[in-house]
Ligand binder design. Structure first.
Ligand code: DX5
Ligand code: ZN
Length: 216
């Protein structure tokens, strides 16, 4: 399993060092949760913060935009050094144009769906995107419980991707720990985001290795 630690649970006073720490501990991606207080009830950080921590690691930046009409800000996140930019299906009326702009800008593009969103709503985009992010909690906060029912969406996606030989990756986000990672692995997930279970662990390196053991 590939692991993307989410810095939402890190020490914000030392973000550069926190990113460096999980990189040395084996992180496959650094997951960066951008929240605007409108699409989700919480506010986190924006492109400026991401740009300032970019020099601390060469691990790819997986930027999860939980913001209304993200198209307005794609250039900012490209300039900040995002490698993957994931936008929410529910937040962007101009999805096609936004996907094109992200890819033309040289980044990989992901589409995310909230727990209440039908997985069939994203199937038509699979040939054009690099990643689908299935939320396994209601977006907005770290530390919530994994919604195992979301694995039915993962199974639909896995089947559709394999059947058509697409290269789209499946990522899940929320409530991932040493138990739930196994459920995700079984359903066919490629990348697990993990905030609390990595950053609040006594031994970060051990926490990441344990999650990665669910090998794909
Ligand atoms: C929630 C964020 C997640 C969050 C996951 O809206 O998208 O990335 O940081 O946190 P944990 O792993 O603690 O559930
Ligand atoms: Zn996230």
């Amino acid at each position: 399993m590939k692991i993307a630690p989410s810095v939402l649970s890190a020490d914000f006073a030392n973000l550069g060092r926190e990113v460096e720490k999980v990189s040395l501990a084996g992180a496959d991606y650094i997951h960066l949760d951008v929240m605007d207080g409108i699409f989700v009830p919480n506010i986190s950080f924006g492109a400026g913060v991401i740009k300032s921590i970019r020099p601390y690691t060469s691990v790819p930046f997986d930027v999860h935009l939980m913001i209304e009409k993200p198209r307005r800000y794609i250039n900012d996140f490209l300039n900040a050094g995002a490698d993957i930019i994931t936008i929410h299906k529910e937040a962007e009326p101009e999805l096609d144009k936004t996907i094109r702009e992200i890819k033309l800008g040289g980044a990989r593009c992901g589409i995310s769906i909230k727990p209440a969103t039908d997985v069939n709503d994203v199937l038509e985009y699979l040939p054009f995107i690099d990643l689908v992010l299935v939320m396994t909690v209601e977006p907005g906060f770290g530390g919530q419980s994994f919604i195992a029912d979301m694995m039915s969406k993962v199974r639909v996606l896995r089947n559709e991707i394999d059947k058509n030989a697409f290269s789209t990756l499946i990522e899940v986000d929320g409530g991932i720990d040493s138990n739930t990672v196994k459920i995700a692995e079984k359903a066919g997930v490629d990348i697990c985001v993990a905030g609390t279970s990595v950053y609040k662990a006594a031994d970060v390196k051990k926490a990441i290795s344990t999650l990665k053991l669910s090998q794909k």
